[in-house]
Design a protein around this ligand. Structure first.
Ligand SMILES: [Zn+2]
Length: 277
């Protein structure tokens, strides 16, 4: 599933291709995504100018002029690309927006259809309607806020990092990579963390995400950026998907367990359950 670095890559790729362009035609596959596409939205979208494109958590926000907001989520297998109209249309393209360049279009392709595209009058309306509450962006998260969130919960660190209302944008891959980088056992309880450990985890999240963005995110299944290029960070994983392979730090075989409903990879030796260092 695309997480923050992948969504950020899509947004950065699409920015020069979409900003200052207008939607001149819209076509749908008729198959529903996670949220139902409303035909009435098309009148609002047609002729609208793309003023900006940005990311919030794992969501893609397209600001329109004179008004409105198009919000997309890639779900598990979503691909949002601007391509030439001459490019053959693949299976599973559910939304197509022709651009006023005349020879390009924005396509939303989604095999599993867990993704979504919705139109809103403004950002406040989206926030109100979005069932997912979003915490701060990892890069803006204050040390004190994170320490307090951890101190208030019995949940495991893994579960806390996956909770979008605590910190927005982290998913399974980058939770595992961050906990490995911070040398913290994913099973530890939030409230058991010492202040220095909480700070170490917060910094590790930023380090891991920054590096993953530099590599254009990770392609595990079919993720591509906004210009159709795959990610490169899947070759840089320190712990994710490395079950039974030697830890890069201490050579102990990496373990994979089920935690917070997700496969969780960690080193049982150097991600100690308690602070003994
Ligand atoms: Zn290790």
């Amino acid at each position: 599933m695309p997480e923050l670095p992948e969504v950020e890559t899509v947004v950065r790729d699409l920015r020069p291709l979409l900003v200052d362009r207008r939607f001149v035609a819209i076509r749908t596959s008729g198959q529903s995504l996670r949220a139902q596409w409303e035909k009435t939205w098309e009148a609002q979208l047609l002729g609208s100018l793309v003023r900006a494109i940005r990311r919030r958590g794992k969501w893609i926000l397209i600001d329109l002029e004179p008004a409105g907001l198009l919000v997309l989520h890639l779900g598990m297998t979503g691909q949002l690309t601007v391509v030439s109209t001459a490019t053959a249309v693949e299976n599973h393209v559910h939304l197509t927006f022709d651009l006023d360049t005349g020879d390009q279009q924005l396509r939303f392709r989604d095999i599993r259809r867990f993704g979504s595209a919705t139109y809103h009058q403004d950002e406040q309306e989206w926030i109100t309607q979005n069932p997912e509450r979003l915490g701060p962006e990892p890069f803006d998260m204050e040390a004190r806020y994170f320490r307090e969130k951890l101190a208030k919960t019995d949940r495991s660190l893994k579960a806390i990092l996956l909770d979008q209302s605590v910190v927005a944008g982290v998913g399974n891959i980058y939770a595992d990579e961050s906990l490995y980088t911070a040398k913290l056992d994913p099973r530890r309880r939030g409230r058991d963390l010492q202040k220095t450990e909480a700070d170490r985890l917060r910094k590790a999240i930023v380090t891991v995400l920054t590096r993953a963005i530099k590599y254009r995110g990770s392609t595990i299944r079919n993720y591509v950026g906004g210009s159709g290029l795959k990610g490169g960070y899947q070759d840089e994983f320190l712990v994710y998907g490395r079950t039974e392979k030697p830890c890069y730090r201490c050579k102990t075989p990496i373990e994979c367990i089920r935690l917070a409903g997700r496969s969780t990879h960690f080193c049982p030796a150097c991600q100690l359950p308690e602070a003994r260092r």
